[in-house]
Design a protein around this ligand. Structure first.
Ligand code: LLP
Length: 437
């Protein structure tokens, strides 16, 4: 995780930069990314998976940019030797602006527009993941018009019930992603891509969900997708050479979560693939994985300033201290949306005062605007203090909104005692600029 220490004044430093300095220079709320932590986690996934899959047919590692993307992030990912997944024209534009090698980009999405598909084919995106039968026909027409032979992966639905929050589970039958294996549609799609003049079937893609801790779901999905690859081979008369099993590796938000290490994941997944292929008598394909959260999440903390404090009577002599911060569900909606758990710490000073249980809430007009449901903070926490919420690098800024016309926070990166601005804070001028009156 982001490298935090306390300096002699008791203030938290992230990669050698004090939180008060960050507040002074950039204000709050601010996302603070430890660059070396992000990079080393990207490297770790790449190295450990490449090592584990080397004896098989190799692996391609990509970063799922939906977790968090900026031009600098796309550059770091490229420099660390990973590919990049995008799922919209916007993400694609940022990746290209960063100088990403288009051939190492993968384009996802269940409802890509013709304009997005054209943008991707023209840019030379390495793989387009087709998500429906009608998209195969639309993409084929676009690639044909542009005179391109477009490599394609087919997003298939394995029917796996991933053990995670319903909203972030993506492989059971009753949801919008992918083409069902069970109904035979996936096999039909393989035939259809094969028959499409301007498309080249490169492989199959499956993603079962996000914030997953055990590998059972991956095992069931891998078996079903590999079995389909075998049927596909028979249907088209040549092997299906690539299987991408998506992302979804869980991270530690609080001590309740116990993620597997990258090494454990890599070894277990390689064993799953090897055993499944052996059982199916199938040649081992090249694998692909695309972690987003596990790379971005732990690298980042959100820094907030404390405002109003309110003691609320719960009955039976119980009280709860509501600590309001200057952001909230507009920069971290995960608590409200997924009942997610976060922790926090008083970061501008230490205190000898006994801790008490507090709830950290935002400034929005909604009682569900909670960032940290329950946490111990020193009882003398007061207006003007700084609070850090760790592990906010994935799906926080990415899901940020202008609810209540809040201004989107700044994003800064820290490294070796230096801080640099990655995305500047939104201003009232930005907010007003697109309102034509
Ligand atoms: N690949 C595909 C095709 C995906 O749809 C996703 C995430 C990933 C990779 C990366 O998954 P990760 O490694 O980050 O778990 N907003 C939700 C998460 C939505 C995930 C969507 N797809 C949240 O905040 O928990």
């Amino acid at each position: 995780s982001a490298k935090t220490t306390r300096n002699a004044r008791g203030e938290v430093e992230i990669a050698g930069v004090g939180v008060s300095e960050i507040k002074e220079r950039f204000g709050t709320p601010t996302f603070v990314i430890d660059e070396e932590d992000f990079r080393s986690r990207a490297r770790l996934f790449r190295d450990t998976f490449e090592r584990a899959f080397e004896p098989l047919a190799g692996v391609d590692m990509s970063y799922a940019s939906k977790a968090f993307l900026s031009i600098a992030i796309a550059r770091w990912v490229r420099e660390e030797g990973l590919g990049l997944d995008v799922c919209s024209g916007g993400e694609l534009a940022i990746a290209l602006r960063a100088g990403s090698d288009a051939s190492r980009l993968t384009f996802h999405g269940n409802n890509k527009s013709d304009a997005e598909l054209t943008f991707a084919v023209e840019a030379g995106v390495g793989r387009i993941v087709t998500d429906s039968l009608d998209e195969i026909d639309r993409l084929n027409a676009i690639a044909a018009r542009l005179g391109v032979s477009q490599p394609v992966l087919l997003r298939v639905t394995s029917g796996v019930e991933a053990h995670t929050h319903e909203f972030i589970s993506t492989a059971h039958e009753d949801q919008k992603f992918g083409i069902s294996i069970a109904t035979g549609d996936a096999l039909e799609a393989i035939r259809r891509v094969e028959a499409a003049d301007a498309l080249r079937l490169e492989g199959l893609h499956s993603h079962i969900g996000s914030q997953i801790f055990d590998t059972n779901g991956f095992e069931v999905a891998a078996r079903r997708v590999l079995a389909l690859a075998k049927e596909g081979r028979e249907a088209i008369g040549r092997p299906i050479t690539h299987i991408v099993l998506g992302g979804g590796f869980g991270v530690m938000y609080t001590t309740q979560n116990t993620p597997r290490t990258a090494e454990q994941l890599a070894e277990q997944l390689a064993a799953i693939v090897e055993n499944s292929c052996r059982a199916l008598e199938l040649e081992i394909p090249r694998l692909g994985f695309e972690p987003g959260r596990a790379i971005a999440g732990p690298s980042t903390q959100t820094l907030y300033t404390v405002g109003t404090l309110k003691d609320v009577e719960l009955g039976g002599g119980q009280q709860r201290l509501y600590v309001s911060i200057d952001g909230g569900m507009s920069d971290n909606i995960r608590t409200a949306l997924y009942d997610a758990d976060y922790s926090c710490l008083l970061s501008n000073r230490t205190s000898e005062v006994e801790p008490r249980v507090v709830r950290v809430v935002g400034k929005h007009c909604e009682s569900g605007d909670i960032v940290v449901k329950d946490e111990y903070l020193p009882a003398d926490v007061r207006r003007g203090d700084l609070i850090s919420v760790p592990v906010t690098g994935a799906y926080c800024y990415a899901l940020a909104s202008n609810y209540n016309c809040a201004l989107k926070p700044a994003v800064v990166s820290v490294k070796d005692g230096e801080v640099s601005e990655m995305i500047r804070r939104e201003t009232l001028e930005d907010l007003l600029a697109r309102d034509l009156g």
